[in-house]
Design a protein around this ligand. Structure first.
Ligand code: PLP
Length: 397
């Protein structure tokens, strides 16, 4: 059994704060500062450039990728770290379109995170030649897969509602119709056990600054299924994905396997921060995590629905149809979230009306949820959100 009291003690959480936002920016593990300081002082400081070999910096993108592979049900050697998630979406898309050359349609849904859609639009414009992005309502994705689709680009858990797509069913239907699949795991990796290999997924991408606590700007990851790893051509063919970067050949030759998806110099300090967090993740059983997460979510839903009838649940009630976040709708959602933050309950507002909270058992427990419900009930029952300063939108919501 995973000991969540022990994992909680491993995070630095400000006193009095109930942090229901680990699904957006994970909190700081207590070990991170020392790990990063060691990388800075003992590796960068003392070893300088020799650290690429002596501290094995060069191997970090694949070594760390292997530690993430367990959490997402990927085969070892098929996940590689680097860049940002938006870049990895672009890379995966470009590879898939090239692998399915007779088709021109990227299929996605209107619940997808805008950056994924923007990347797809940008790629279609660059390619010209009839390439298009088609978006349908999230519940219509399965039926929209037909023989025109080159690739589906789906974020498994909707960033606003927390609605979860059926990865196995969508992947199976895509394959029946000759389409490839890209899964964005931004709101899945670390939220529950993802099963990429079991679902037969083709590509997946994700970020590490949310549930995986690598810190702001932490590196993304990309998964390439073993059957594609030696044939997918990386559109962003940087030198670190070359078969022999230090041969300095004038011609590009991709590395074997998923390593070819590396682009440029890896972010060693952020990878060190991520490694400190993964030390905690190594102690977590994903079945325990899912059970604890659902329990906290159900507690929150029941408490809010009982105390705050003006808040409408936006997240599916069925356990299998959701991730690890719960969202409620209210026309004054922004002001309500500001009032919550002022009282130490931290979540996100997502336009137009979503009050979103993440439930991450690594550092949130039932007592925290109970306190959060009481505070939100007070805010709603006494209209404490109805203040002009809570209605002025900041740059980041
Ligand atoms: C589903 C999804 N895709 C893509 C992104 C963009 O990620 P990045 O800013 O790391 O490129 C995000 C960011 O939150 C996201 O939630």
């Amino acid at each position: 059994m995973t000991d969540f009291a022990t994992t909680k003690a491993q995070f630095q959480l400000p006193a009095g704060m109930i942090y229901l936002d680990g699904n957006s920016l994970g909190p700081l593990p207590r070990a991170t500062a020392a790990r990063v300081a060691q990388t800075v002082e003992a590796e960068w400081g003392d070893l300088l450039i020799t650290a690429w070999n002596k501290a094995a910096w060069m191997d970090k993108p694949m070594r760390v990728g292997d530690r993430i592979a367990r959490l997402i049900g990927a085969e070892a050697g098929h996940v590689v770290m680097g860049d940002t998630l938006s870049i990895k979406v672009y890379q995966a898309l470009a590879s898939c379109l090239e692998m399915n050359p007779t088709r021109k349609v990227i299929l996605s849904d209107t619940g997808n995170f805008p950056s994924d859609l923007y990347m797809a639009e940008g790629l279609c414009r660059t390619l010209g030649n009839g390439y298009t992005l088609k978006t349908v309502a999230p519940e219509d994705v399965l039926d929209a897969i037909d023989d025109s689709v080159a690739v589906t680009m789906i974020t498994e858990v909707d960033y606003r509602t927390g609605r979860r797509h059926d990865m196995a069913a969508i992947t199976a239907r895509a394959h029946q119709h000759g389409a490839l699949t890209i899964w964005d795991l931004a709101h899945s990796a670390g939220a529950f056990q993802v099963e990429l290999a079991k679902c037969n997924a083709d590509f997946a991408v994700g970020c590490t600054y949310k549930y995986l606590n690598s810190g702001p700007g932490g590196p993304a990851f990309i998964y390439v299924a073993p059957r594609h790893a030696d044939t997918a051509r990386p559109a962003l063919s940087g030198w670190q994905g070359h078969a022999a970067p230090f041969a300095f050949d004038l011609d590009y030759r991709p590395a074997t396997g998923a390593e070819r998806m590396r682009v440029g110099t890896p972010p060693i300090l952020q990878l060190a921060a991520l490694e400190a967090s993964l030390d905690i993740w190594d102690t977590v059983d994903m079945q325990d995590l899912r059970a604890a997460s659902l329990k906290l979510q159900d507690q929150y839903i029941a408490g809010i629905e009982a105390a705050c009838p003006s808040l409408t649940l936006a997240t599916p009630r069925n356990h299998q149809d959701r991730g690890s976040q719960v969202s409620f709708r209210h026309p004054e959602g922004y002001a309500i979230m500001q009032a919550m933050i002022a009282r130490g309950v931290i979540g996100d507002f997502r336009a137009p009306d979503i009050i979103r909270c993440g439930f991450t058992p690594l550092f949130i427990d039932a007592a925290d949820v109970e306190k959060a419900i009481k505070i939100i009930a007070d805010i709603m029952q006494n209209n404490l959100w109805d203040r002009p300063d809570y209605k002025t939108r900041a740059k980041v919501t």
